[in-house]
Ligand binder design. Structure first.
Ligand code: PEP
Length: 261
């Protein structure tokens, strides 16, 4: 059975020293844990984080939270996908709602970034999900289908194994409100049905889909039991290694006791 993905998004938190200290602690706390840990750290910390993970002999994937879609040039303050990969990162977050909302990144840009990331050998953590407005106006299905199909434009079937889809309802991010089991299941079902139409049934069943939105060390057990959930993307609760390790452990235990889909 494939590993569950348990991913931390530090956002704009933690200095280099704090990232290194975190990996040290998380490494000890998860020594018996076999899920795939992914740490989305600030870009500046990527090389040090990779060094620490190697020193600890762990298979944690160090990921970037964003890059610029251009290859090179006059884009002061930006970094490209090649630099991210060259710094040792193995993955990148693309389409996070904070990038979409605060930095006005649209589906076209998300698609460009996914294409660049794949070209640079990075795993894409492709985030999508409806806003509160969408939810209140019964637009969830339409929004998910739209974001998914536009984001995956020109992506070949064989590239889907390098993409993790993070279903993150915007109204659940950082709010303490978790989507219900029914809401998560329904949205994941919409994602898999759309993938079956865009590609085929086998691909749809095998793509890794995680849930994100106010996951913590208490609700993680219930979330880990939801059918079709292959892991979680965690913001706030990932900042404390003791909490994040409990989330990781919930997904390890769950992997041993249930079949996937
Ligand atoms: C996120 O930033 O992707 C996220 C899910 O945040 P939180 O866990 O804090 O809701």
């Amino acid at each position: 059975m494939p590993k569950k993905y348990v991913m931390a998004n530090f956002k704009m938190n933690k200095t280099n020293d704090e990232v290194v200290d975190y990996i040290d602690k998380l490494s000890s706390l998860t020594s018996d844990c076999d899920c795939q840990v992914v740490l989305c750290v600030p870009s500046i910390s990527i090389p040090l984080a990779v060094q620490k993970v190697n020193e600890k002999d762990r298979d944690f994937i160090i990921a970037c939270q964003n890059f610029n879609e251009n290859d090179f040039g006059a884009f002061t303050g930006e970094i490209n996908a090649e630099m991210v990969a060259g710094g040792g990162a193995g993955a990148v977050l693309i389409g996070h709602s904070e990038r979409r909302n605060l930095f006005k990144e649209d589906d076209l840009l998300v698609n460009k970034k996914i294409l660049k990331a794949l070209k640079s050998g990075l795993i894409c953590i492709f985030c999508l999900g409806e806003s509160l407005f969408d939810k209140k106006n019964n637009l969830t299905e339409q929004v998910i289908i739209n974001q998914l199909s536009k984001g995956l434009n020109s992506i070949y079937a064989n590239e889907l194994s390098h993409i993790v889809i993070a279903y993150e309802p915007v109204w659940a991010i950082g709010t303490g409100i978790v989507a219900t089991e029914q809401e998560i299941s329904q949205s994941i079902c919409i994602i898999r049905n759309t993938l079956a139409k865009l590609y085929n049934e086998e691909i749809a069943n095998n793509v890794t889909i995680v849930y994100g939105g106010s996951v913590n060390d208490v609700n993680c057990k219930d979330i880990s039991k939801i059918k079709g959930v292959d892991g979680v993307l965690v913001g706030g609760a990932s900042l404390i290694p003791e909490k994040f390790s409990k989330i990781a452990k919930a997904f390890c235990e769950c992997k041993k006791t249930k079949n996937k889909k």
